[in-house]
Write a protein that binds this ligand. Structure first.
Ligand code: CA
Ligand code: CA
Ligand code: CA
Ligand code: CA
Length: 400
């Protein structure tokens, strides 16, 4: 434990003034007592640890016989009038006025005392603190409010450093403040707020990250947890994405959503988008066309080929061939049909070179016969016997 002129640092203020001989000055410590206490600790010539210039020594720097003036010994009337002149708390001023009688000196002392006390207060002053939410969500053209908190060992006021005129603060009786924000434009802004205490000392400024939402064209909702990949983004200013719902699309819900984008219709059906304002009412975002001609819609919405041959033979007179999306009609052998008709008609083989008859040709429905003139060998002998051909003997009358 330390001891001596500076006390003994035992957290007990009643035993601080201990004389060198061990006596403790307890009560009613007058200025004289305190002076005498100090003098008991005065260093003697053989105890000095100082180095002195050549030719000088301890006694050149010690005035052991000097006794200062003590206010308690002064004339009481002078003290009272000095107290009135200086103010009862201004001890330095009172002392100087009592012993010099000079008001100019006393006033100067008073001024120095004041400056000194102010400096002391500044030295022990603590800087204020400010805090608030790290992230602030702002929707365009909408007022947002957040709480700010500050603390200090004295009084303080809030001050918006950056962000005028978008941000302002309203201090509450308990020292907290409401930060009110209103942003119209969507270009990045910085908002910094601080508090300044009664000594003019400023807190480390509070600067939140702002997440700004365009308001999604008033067609969707802001997603403040999901940022847009916007070139204007800064460390403290982000852009919230929009959830546009089923009707609208785009970063700001500015586009009509294409209901056909996900190809909702079955193959062969055409998809037509329905405009958002109608979609909003009907709840339907697209239209699927009917199945094309030759197809029929199944229960699950697919388009299935119609087998036209199942009904009335497809209106074909002879052979019906189903195809994907249509059908064709064709004819048995010996029949043919014009391109523009489904009706098969007999081919008159005798009227063209199709027949293989040597002498006589007789057309039949679906075929033809060959015959020979009288006296000529039969067909077999000629080795020519076309299919569907019967032997026919015909008498040719000579025309006179
Ligand atoms: Ca302070
Ligand atoms: Ca649409
Ligand atoms: Ca078909
Ligand atoms: Ca024929």
């Amino acid at each position: 434990m330390t001891s001596g002129l500076m006390g003994n640092f035992d957290d007990n203020s009643t035993n601080d003034l201990q004389l060198k001989n061990g006596t403790i000055l307890h009560h009613e410590k007058t200025e004289r007592h305190i002076f005498e206490f100090g003098m008991t600790w005065a260093v003697e010539a053989n105890q000095s640890a100082f180095w002195y210039p050549r030719g000088k020594g301890y006694f050149d720097y010690s005035h052991l016989n000097y006794t200062p003036k003590f206010l308690e010994d002064a004339d009481k009337g002078k003290v009272t009038s000095a107290q009135q002149f200086c103010g009862s708390e201004e001890e330095e001023c009172i002392f100087d006025l009592v012993f010099t009688g000079n008001e100019t000196i006393a006033n100067h002392t008073k001024h120095l005392g004041k400056v000194s006390r102010e400096r002391d207060k500044t030295l022990v002053n603590h800087a204020p603190n400010i805090s608030g939410p790290k992230k602030i969500n702002i929707t365009a053209n909408t007022t947002s409010t957040y709480w700010l908190y500050a603390s200090d060992d004295g009084t303080f006021t809030y001050k918006v450093l950056d962000g005028h005129p978008y941000a302002n603060t309203t201090m509450q009786a308990n020292g907290d403040a409401i930060l009110t924000l209103f942003l119209k434009e969507n270009n990045p802004v910085n908002i910094t707020v601080t508090v300044v205490d009664n000594f003019g000392e400023q807190a480390t400024p509070y600067q939140p990250t702002i997440v700004f939402c365009s308001n999604c064209s008033r067609r969707g909702t802001c997603d403040f947890g999901d940022y847009l990949d916007d070139d204007r983004t800064t460390y403290t200013f982000k852009y919230a994405s929009c959830k546009c719902g089923p009707y609208w699309d785009g970063p700001d819900c500015e586009f009509d959503k294409d209901g056909c984008a996900t190809h909702p219709c079955s193959p062969l059906r055409n998809c037509t988008d329905i405009p958002a304002d109608i979609h909003l009412i009907s709840g339907i975002g697209y239209n699927c066309s009917e199945c094309p001609k030759g197809f029929i819609s199944t229960n699950d919405g697919r388009c299935e080929d119609i087998n036209e041959c199942n009904a009335n033979n497809g209106v074909c007179s002879q052979i019906c061939n189903n195809t994907y999306g249509s059908y064709t009609c064709s004819c048995f052998q010996g029949f043919q049909k014009p391109d523009d008709s489904d009706i098969c008609q007999d081919i008159n083989e005798c009227a063209n070179t199709v027949n293989e008859c040597d002498q006589m040709c007789n057309n039949t429905i679906g075929g033809y016969n060959c015959g020979c003139y009288i006296g000529h060998g039969d067909v077999k002998q000629r080795g020519i016997l076309p299919r569907n051909v019967t032997i026919l003997t015909v008498v040719i009358q000579q025309v006179a």
